[in-house]
Design a protein around this ligand. Structure first.
Ligand SMILES: [Zn+2]
Length: 149
C-alpha cells in the first residue's frame, strides 16, 4: 500500500529518519491493528482539531533499545515486534495527548500484559509522544514473519 494513495493526514517529518519510517510504514510488517489505529486516530485528530499526526517511530532494533534503556538491557518493547508506533501532533499540549489516549483506549481494548493499555502518552527522553501498541495476545496474520521483498 502506498501511503499517498490514502487520504489521511498521516505524516512523517522531513529529515534523517524520513525514508526509514516511510519504508517501515509501507513494509506491511506493522501489525494491521497498529495501522488501523493510526488511520483512525489520524482522521479523528484532523476532524476534531484540524491537525495532522506525525509518526516519529515505528520499528526498533535491539541496538536502538539499548541506546534508550542502556547496554545489555533485557527490557523489551512492542516496537521490536512491529506492534507499536509513536506519534506526535504539532503544538499539542498534554490535554490533547490525554484526549487521544482516551479515544484509542476506549475503542481498542488491550490484549496483552496486565497493567498495560493500548495507548500511553509519555516521554522516555525523546520528547512527549503517544505510544500506540498491540498486545501479544493479538495474533498476526499467518506468514507475517516471512521476508517481504
Ligand atoms: Zn513507543
Amino acid at each position: 500500500m502506498q501511503l499517498q494513495n490514502v487520504f489521511v493526514p498521516l505524516k512523517i517529518r522531513k529529515g534523517k529518519n524520513y525514508e526509514r519510517i516511510k519504508r517501515e510504514l509501507e513494509s506491511g510488517n506493522l501489525h494491521p491493528k497498529v495501522m488501523l489505529m493510526l488511520y483512525d486516530v489520524g482522521y479523528w485528530v484532523w476532524r476534531k482539531h484540524h491537525k495532522a499526526i506525525y509518526v516519529t517511530h515505528a520499528y526498533r532494533s535491539q541496538k536502538k533499545q539499548e541506546e534508550i534503556y542502556g547496554k545489555g538491557t533485557s527490557k523489551k518493547s512492542s516496537h521490536m515486534y512491529w506492534r507499536a508506533v509513536d506519534i506526535i501532533v504539532d503544538g499539542a499540549d498534554d490535554a490533547l495527548y490525554r484526549e487521544m489516549e482516551a479515544y484509542l483506549d476506549g475503542r481498542y481494548p488491550y490484549h496483552g500484559s496486565e497493567g498495560y493499555s493500548t495507548s500511553d502518552p509519555h516521554d522516555v527522553g525523546l520528547g512527549m509522544h503517544l505510544h500506540i501498541q498491540v498486545g501479544y495476545n493479538e495474533p498476526f496474520n499467518k506468514g507475517f514473519f516471512e521476508k517481504r521483498s
